[in-house]
Design a protein around this ligand. Sequence first.
Ligand SMILES: [Zn+2]
Length: 147
Amino acid sequence: MTASRLIIVPADPDFVPEPATLGALRAALAAYAAPAAIHVAIHSHPVFIDPGGVGEIVCPLCRELIPDAWWRSALSRAAAGHHHHLLIRTPCCNAHSTLNDLIYEYPARFARFVAEVANPTRPPSDEETLQLQELLGCPIRYVRVRR
Ligand SMILES: [Zn+2]
């Protein structure tokens, strides 16, 4: 099996859970990995969580392919503003959306709060996902890093 990382982020890029929940989160994540393999980070602004290449990107509104060059330039603009402004106008249908809401072939996210598990023994079950969401107080998304 190749090395992999499972990254857990809030669905809302700006959400940061209460610090008091982090101990319980670490305990819950210990079901999938050694404690030393669990890293939690809180950033001052949403950072791009790259799954190791995003593959094809599709507009969530009209399902057209988003050109890679357009996306890279939108990503640089957002990075220049420290990802505070993920808002975009889609190039295909000129609609309001965000970089976080585009559909990535390999799911990518933006987040201030990042919980990372190195070499998890297995993915969280649906029930465990619900428990993690309850614990953190927000809907969560997973980014699986293939590296
Ligand atoms: Zn579109």
